[in-house]
Design a protein around this ligand. Sequence first.
Ligand SMILES: Cc1ncc(COP(=O)(O)O)c(C=O)c1O
Length: 375
Amino acid sequence: MDIRTICVHGCDKRYDNTGAVAVPIFASATFSHPGVGKSTGFDYSRTLNPTREHLEYTMAALEGGVYSIAFSSGMAAVTALMELFSPGDHVVAPDDLYGGTYRLFEHISHKNGVNFTYVNTLEGIEKAIRPETKAIFIETPTNPMMQVIDIEAVSRIARARKLLLVVDNTFLTPYYQRPLKLGADIVLHSGTKYLGGHNDTLAGILVTSNPNLYERLIFIAKTIGACLSPFDSFLIIRGIKTLAVRMDRMQESALTIAKWLTEHSAVDKVYYIGLPDHPGYEISRRQSSGFGGMISFSLKDPEIAVKTLERVKIIKYAESLGGTESLITYPMLQTHADMPEEERNARGINAGLLRLSVGVEAVDDLIADLKKAMG
Ligand SMILES: Cc1ncc(COP(=O)(O)O)c(C=O)c1O
């Protein structure tokens, strides 16, 4: 079945016989037992809830996986994932990484005895692997520098060294990129972004095809309890229905805006993976079916960056991405505020860098808004 149809209808499983077209919100913390030692299949919502389960099956289908677990936020999903590791374990990650993930790795996982090496090339990944390395964690394209990582090439390294490969697929979603098919073991999402798609709720998702990994992860999930509520599960299911239409529209607008930015005299550099001169363009064409709606760009004068943030009207100066409303972010002060300045600058996350999440507004209005704000 075409992924656009799966987006609309979700998984086949239905939980009532009313014919309800929308998936019901099962707002029940607990479920009564038909007899001693008997269960309807649902006992307690931290472990399993029908609305959440529908979302989980849908996400597994969309990613071409078998199992999925929905969490209360993307960071809750990363936190659960990190519980797979023990003190002394080592993980290799890209040096351009969502700031919240970096903060979790450095301030929580590291305190719990897990060590990290950050690299930015395939050779770097190979070199960083040690006897105690257990996993490679990547996001592609990276947030916010939009670097493209060759998932298949990394998966070959992971297989050869018997390491787990985790891919954060938040930016492209399964509509444009399916990391499990490219050799990943686990796919991770901030469902808050494109999946939910309306800037109205938080969610996190893990997907895998490996039954052992799933057993370990579902045990962690039900034990730590950061599960997605039935209401939020409903919102994500509803968001996913229009994922394909939104992604295509955002991508079309993003390409137009990226081209316009490259010609603007105040702009130093545009980082959009759909521009043919982007260094990751060819890899993207090979491993993804689209380029998405995220653009980072640096302004020659950091003062213009600040003015842009303060003057935009239609585009909102706000954290997050992937929703119907266009959002502009100042990575230096927002997503990457907890990264030491030196490391931030080394990655290009400086005072002139802005990140734009292109929404579904009319592209001419977005360009007019940017044009006025950038002066
Ligand atoms: C790539 C990426 N991964 C994970 C997260 C964390 O997700 P959440 O904000 O839903 O906790 C984010 C949030 O911005 C993100 O951009």
